[in-house]
Design a protein around this ligand. Structure first.
Ligand SMILES: Cc1cc2nc3c(=O)[nH]c(=O)nc-3n(C[C@H](O)[C@H](O)[C@H](O)COP(=O)(O)OP(=O)(O)OC[C@H]3O[C@@H](n4cnc5c(N)ncnc54)[C@H](O)[C@@H]3O)c2cc1C
Length: 285
């Protein structure tokens, strides 16, 4: 289908983009890679009067190191993330996650900022950045603010982002010796996670888990941290018995969604299986 008519604006600076958003905040959409927005426009599920294409603003796609952190520009594509030697070395969970997303075409266009701003409950990047305790830089008419990713996502396609704010960067830690992995169960047709699990584990010299971060996507109306699983893994040797016992808590007290890809019961079971598999994959390195 053809989208409804809209005014298209492609600013060359962040200031211009923010001013435009502020003057049209009630009926405007930001366009980045277009991999979610374009289908919505074409199906006329979204009919904004104004579209601001931020893809030509220079300087928003860098991947740089800053002390113990890495700053990833919102316009960095999945393909850039997947192939970044810096990320592979310093924060491999992000390239591990990017490689699982869709296909080459989508990864060439889709951006990390777009994925996070879109807040798709089956999106892969939201889980990865949650396991990393990332912060999200949002820039609007009043300047920039950093939002902890635990506070960013509110629910199905909803976040704390204001209509005149742009996600401009994501800050993630250098994960050093931590062990990380991202695994998902996804139908071949869409590639979207029925269940996706991101794990980051720190082990002490004796091999005991000293810190665990487990984030899950595809299961609820937004990605979430499995706090009980993390508690059960921490302070333990990560043998099969302890991993299975912890994984059994992965969807406890979670309102599990159901759709054509699976019932709530099936998803809950898959979540437990995938949490265990992801922890084991992280340990294998
Ligand atoms: C065939 C196909 C398969 C897919 N498979 C997967 C998959 O396996 N896993 C997965 O996670 N995703 C998948 N996706 C979705 C896709 O990865 C992301 O949703 C998409 O790439 C979002 O980034 P974008 O740059 O394309 O954003 P756009 O489509 O341009 O925008 C998405 C939304 O975010 C807003 N937005 C975009 N950028 C910003 C910004 N910087 N600041 C504020 N708001 C912004 C837009 O206004 C819009 O509402 C798939 C998409 C397609 C078409």
């Amino acid at each position: 289908m053809i989208p409804a008519a809209f005014e298209y604006y492609a600013p060359r600076s962040l200031n211009e983009a923010v001013s435009y958003l502020a003057s049209h905040r009630d009926d405007v959409k930001i366009l980045s890679g277009g991999q979610s927005l374009m289908p919505l426009l074409k199906m006329r599920l979204s009919k904004p009067a104004y579209v601001v294409d931020i893809g030509r603003i220079p300087g928003l796609d860098g991947i740089t190191e800053a002390g113990n952190h890495l700053i990833i520009g919102a316009l960095a594509t999945y393909a850039q993330i997947e192939s970044s030697e810096l990320l592979k070395k310093k924060c491999p969970l992000l390239p591990q996650t990017a490689t699982t997303i869709a296909d080459v075409q989508v990864r060439n266009r889709g951006t990390i900022g777009g994925s996070i701003a879109h807040a798709d409950p089956a999106g892969d990047m939201p889980a990865a950045i949650m396991a990393l305790d990332a912060e999200i830089q949002c820039t609007g008419p009043n300047g920039e603010r950093w939002v902890k990713c635990d506070d960013f996502f509110l629910g199905l396609l909803m976040s704390v982002l204001e209509p005149d704010e742009i996600v401009t960067a994501i800050k993630v830690p250098v994960t050093g010796a931590d062990k990380t992995a991202y695994l998902k169960a996804a139908p071949r047709s869409s590639g979207f996670a029925v269940v996706g699990v991101a794990a980051r584990l720190a082990l002490d010299a004796g091999g005991t888990c000293s810190r665990a971060a487990i984030a899950i996507t595809g299961v609820a109306d937004k990605a979430y941290r499995a706090a009980r699983v993390e508690q059960l893994l921490t302070g333990k040797k990560l043998d099969a018995q302890n991993i299975t016992a912890a994984a059994a808590e992965a969807a406890r007290n979670v309102e599990v969604v159901e759709d054509i890809n699976g019932s709530a019961e099936y998803r809950k079971h898959l979540t437990e299986v995938y949490v265990a598999r992801t922890v084991e994959a992280a340990l294998r390195g």
